[in-house]
Design a protein around this ligand. Structure first.
Ligand code: UN1
Length: 509
């Protein structure tokens, strides 16, 4: 029996079913996909996996819906997304419950995830009136050149367990206003959250008169992802997950000249300069490194501290790590919930063992909690490891709360360390020196897609474009002009004169 510090699997199942009932999304039981909770490691429900035939049919339906949806004026398409945002506001607590139950996120972060969905809906509604193209000066008399953005087609969304709802919303809210339709293959680990999102969007579609088939959900394993990768009717595959997954999906889509938007691993660093406010830096570092139990692609994994402040900073960090409340993510006092699976815990153990074998020194954490109370759940103490150099395991993204610490002398050296890993998602510098901050964010500074000053690496706002370079995959989602990846560009040259003039002064006939 579990101690009173963790809820029982039965209680969590009841809670999930209550939420699903309120959302009118009670799933049919079946085989192939098992909903479970990392809070206890227990199974919640067995659901029917989508068959390959049903997945084919879903793509066909989404493609047929695209042919009508693309002709609906963009501001009208925005009405569907506005309604989705309203429903998310109404059901914020319910959806956050499912995120906590399936992904193990603490309450505040689960609510934050739903807020991120609401924010992107608001953004997309505004965007639905701002899908601007360009007018270009023609070199020919009596000619006009314009660039117009048109809907692209079916977008296949492949998403991960760690943002089981928000990453779907980034893609779907933007794709829908762009005139695309969506087929979603969520992580197998978070099917109930996916069902709830799908249901809320179906309601929004019914209430605004949009075709239901603007969105279809596929539940199951990677075979369904491969199906999306290989289907020429899927114009864009937007995939979030590991570099390994990206290496499989990217070339398959490219082989048929389809488009991809890849959000793969991060190996994010923070540089702490001598002038930094160490209290501010320490708070930011603890959230970025230990928050979400280290399971964000933006999680802080490498700390690069100036040798003059490393000692004082590490004192603050080890003391904060020693007091981190680890346990039931529904408990308001908890800051660190469970790892998603036993494999994630194995990967953490393996990384810590390897780091030690490579000369690293464990400075904090690394142990397992609540193992006797909940043998099938994996609560890990966030770890800090002092390393010398960045070879071996430090170059890899281990999806767990491990912070590797190194020191530096010159900012050039720190920037080189920041950039000397295969991934390029997020980065931070903590400094009060404007010159240092500017250099870090400049062309010769951090090579990442996200570069922060005096805030941590995680927790980006939706207004900016989200994504990274190198093995992170190069894709950009969410705000700014990331919407362009979801549309096709058409360049139109119109001759309104009564003469044929060829470009480049070519004469013919
Ligand atoms: C992810 O971990 O896949 O910047 C996305 C952040 C969140 C999104 C993370 N807004 O941490």
């Amino acid at each position: 029996a579990l101690p009173s510090t963790l809820p029982s699997t039965d209680a969590l199942r009841r809670r999930a079913l209550d939420v699903l009932a309120r959302l009118d999304a009670v799933p049919a039981e079946g085989h192939g996909v098992r909903a479970r909770t990392p809070i206890t490691g227990g199974s919640l429900l067995d659901l029917a996996a989508t068959t390959a035939d049903a997945a084919e049919e879903a793509v066909a339906a989404a493609h047929a819906a695209f042919l009508t949806w693309r002709a609906v004026p963009a501001p009208r398409r925005g009405e569907l997304v506005r309604r989705l945002g309203d429903l998310l506001r109404e059901h914020k607590a319910d959806l956050a419950d499912l995120v906590t139950i399936e992904a193990g996120k603490i309450r505040s972060e689960a609510l934050g995830e739903v807020q991120e969905m609401i924010d992107i809906c608001d953004f997309a509604v505004g965007l639905s009136r701002q899908l601007y193209g360009r007018t270009i000066a023609s070199e020919r008399p009596g000619h006009r050149l314009t660039e117009t953005w048109h809907p692209l087609g079916v977008v296949g969304v492949i998403s991960a367990f760690n943002f089981p709802a928000a990453v779907w919303a980034w893609n779907t809210a933007v794709a829908l206003v762009c005139g695309d339709t969506v087929v979603w293959k969520p992580s197998e680990l978070t099917p109930l959250t996916a069902l709830a999102c799908d249901r809320l969007l179906a309601r929004a579609a019914d209430e605004t008169g949009a075709p239901r088939e603007v969105h279809r959900l596929l539940l199951g394993d990677r075979v369904l992802g491969e199906l999306l990768a290989d289907d020429p009717r899927v114009a864009l595959v937007s995939a979030t997950g590991s570099v390994r997954m990206g290496r499989q999906v990217g070339p398959r889509v490219a082989a048929r000249f389809g488009r991809t938007l890849l959000e793969l691993g991060g190996n994010n660093a923070a540089v702490v300069a001598p002038s930094a406010d160490l209290d501010l830096a320490a708070s930011a570092i603890v959230f970025a490194a230990a928050g979400t139990a280290g399971q964000r692609c933006t999680t802080l994994r490498r700390l690069i501290a100036h040798e003059d402040v490393a000692g004082a900073l590490l004192d603050r960090l080890t003391s904060a790590y020693g007091r981190l409340p680890i346990g039931d993510p529904f408990d308001d006092a908890t800051l660190v919930g469970p790892l998603i699976t036993g494999q994630a815990h194995d990967a953490m153990r393996h990384a810590l063992d390897t780091a030690r074998a490579e000369g690293g020194k464990l400075l904090a954490g690394g142990g397992r909690r609540l193992a006797q109370a909940a043998p099938a759940a994996f609560y890990a103490e966030p770890a800090i490891v002092r390393v010398e150099g960045q070879n071996g395991i430090v170059r890899e993204e281990t999806f767990a709360p491990i912070l590797y610490v190194q020191t530096y002398r010159t900012l050039d050296e720190a920037i080189a360390l920041n950039n000397a890993v295969p991934q390029g998602l997020s980065s931070s510098v903590f400094t009060r020196d404007v010159g240092e901050a500017e250099l870090f964010t400049s062309a010769t500074g951090s090579d990442c897609g996200i570069v922060n000053v005096n805030i941590g690496t995680s927790g980006a706002e939706i207004g900016g474009a989200f994504g990274g370079e190198k093995e992170t995959g190069g894709g950009r989602e969410s705000g700014s002009d990331a919407w362009r990846a979801y549309m096709r560009r058409s360049t139109a040259t119109v001759n309104y004169s009564d003469r044929l003039t060829l470009a480049q002064n070519v004469s013919f006939l």
